[in-house]
Design a protein around this ligand. Structure first.
Ligand code: NAD
Length: 457
């Protein structure tokens, strides 16, 4: 809940500094339509046809040629840009582009729609990852697309977002995680995901029977769930059908019980730095719910100090909570034999984990550590159809960030291309997506939820 005094102060500061007011972002709620308005699918060829057929609800995808037939989404799909139409979304299918010369047609078509893009509109590209195995022209075209997406994001207005799905070679556009990723990026679930290229590594994963409740039957553990981002993650996973075990320190017991009760989950009071934290999570979750499918490592702390002045205690506390505990809990999960049915680990990193941040060397070590940890943990889960991924929030409005000085906080908001901080639910939506069956082909990745925070890489 926004503090009115802080809100007034922030508005005054923004005015004084000449910042433009942010456009309120629309968030998803059950029952809301996926996209409200016409969708333009740019590109030609079988992949563009398959994507258009999926979006339009046209079962024309050709199963005789080996393509999977997907249930369509019933959207109003256009295949040619009309100058007088204001599109709600533009999807550019660029998988066939093999030379920078071939970017002209599809990308300038996208450009022609941008002025008329609806408020809160979406631009999504689907392309292949550039690799060292590509011919130089192919790699140039593919890598160029990524930079164009980031540029479109920087130029976007009206709360519109631009993101891309980047497919490993051999991953078809009908793969579960391409379809699931496209749906996530088109929807208001991805309100604060902006300027990002999400890699799809394989055709693993499965489409849910109910897009609104993809986590039905799954049991999820969320650490640091008493407040802030963790509480939002617990609520969002429960909304999507999961049974949730909410974990937090005993001192936060009352708030934790409140969160767990509201979502009909269970509360586990536990300091995750305890040696037996993994065993206690397994014991509680299996005893109360009979299975464990998803673990979200969200609990985190800061002890900021310029590196030159940092104490041993500040360094050690942050390492213990933010990364060492996660490694120990993961070890317990992996060796238990109970975390084997398409399991999911989703860990919360930070944009500081990519870019570093003044006064946060300890925090950077742990949040960069998370990025490395999920990359190396993912292969260990792959034999079970499992994944490990991370979400890296930028500036999110929580009690943690409310402690920052008002001016620093306002600058942090303005450093995103959406000119605002995100809400805890924005991080939670990305976590819920990565925990879902349709994200099974996204492996060892870190997805930034930062409104295209321009700090660092
Ligand atoms: P918060 O301080 O509001 O909540 C963190 C929760 O973790 C608290 O309920 C706390 O009691 C719990 N916790 C701390 N130590 C614990 C321990 N040893 N065992 C169990 N629980 C423990 O923080 P938040 O802003 O909601 O952040 C959540 C996560 O998101 C953290 O990992 C944080 O680093 C990350 N993050 C936040 C932001 C942001 O802008 N708020 C940005 C990037 C990353």
């Amino acid at each position: 809940m926004a503090n009115p005094l802080q809100t007034t102060l922030s508005a005054k500061l923004s005015g004084l500094l000449g910042f433009s007011p942010a456009v309120p972002l629309r968030r998803w709620a059950p029952g809301l339509p996926l996209v409200e308005g016409p969708v333009l699918v740019v590109g030609s060829g079988a992949d563009a046809d398959a994507v258009a057929a999926l979006l339009a609800g046209d079962p024309a995808t050709d199963d005789a040629s080996g393509h999977e037939v997907l249930d369509g989404w019933g959207l109003d799909v256009h295949r040619h840009a009309a100058p007088d139409v204001r599109y709600a979304a533009v999807v550019a299918v660029l998988t066939g582009v093999e030379h920078p010369d071939a970017l002209h047609g599809p990308l300038l078509t996208v450009a022609s729609t941008l002025k008329g893009l609806q408020r809160g509109g979406r631009v999504v590209t689907i392309s292949h990852a550039a690799t060292a195995d590509d011919a130089p022209a192919v790699a140039a075209a593919r890598q160029g697309i990524d930079a164009v997406v980031r540029t479109v994001a920087k130029e976007s207005r009206g709360g519109a977002t631009a993101n891309g799905l980047v497919l490993a070679d051999g991953v078809p556009v009908t793969a579960a995680s391409v379809v699931g990723g496209l749906r996530f990026l088109l929807s208001t679930r991805s309100a604060f995901v902006h300027g990002q290229l999400l890699g799809v590594d394989s055709d693993a994963g499965a489409l849910p029977t109910d897009w609104e409740r993809p986590l039905v039957g799954r049991v999820a553990v969320v650490t640091g769930a008493a407040r802030g981002i963790g509480a939002a993650i617990a609520r969002t996973l429960a909304r999507d059908g999961a049974t949730v075990v909410a974990v937090d320190v005993p001192a936060a017991g009352e708030q934790l019980a409140h969160v767990a009760n509201a979502i009909r989950g269970t509360a586990l009071q536990l300091d995750i730095t305890a040696d037996d934290a993994g065993a206690r999570i397994l014991e509680h979750t299996l005893a109360r719910h009979g299975r464990i499918d998803v673990v979200v490592h969200n609990a985190g702390i800061t002890r900021d100090k310029l590196f030159a002045n940092m104490t041993d205690a500040q360094w050690d506390a942050v390492i213990a909570v933010n990364i060492a505990a996660q490694l120990r809990i993961n070890e317990a999960l992996l060796t238990s034999g109970d975390f084997t049915d398409a399991p999911r680990i989703v860990s919360i990193s930070s944009t500081t984990g990519f870019a570093g941040n003044r006064g946060q060397a300890n925090y950077a070590a742990t949040k960069g550590g998370v990025i490395g940890m999920v990359r190396a943990t993912a292969p260990l889960l792959e034999p079970f159809g499992g994944t490990a991924n991370a979400v890296a929030p930028g500036f999110i409005e929580t009690e943690m960030t409310a402690k920052m000085p008002a001016l620093t906080r306002q600058v942090a908001r303005q450093l995103s291309s959406l000119q605002q901080g995100g809400q805890p639910v924005d991080v939670a939506e990305a976590v819920a997506f990565l925990a879902s069956p349709q994200a099974g082909g996204i492996v060892g990745r870190t997805l930034r939820v930062c409104g295209q925070n321009v700090v660092g890489a």
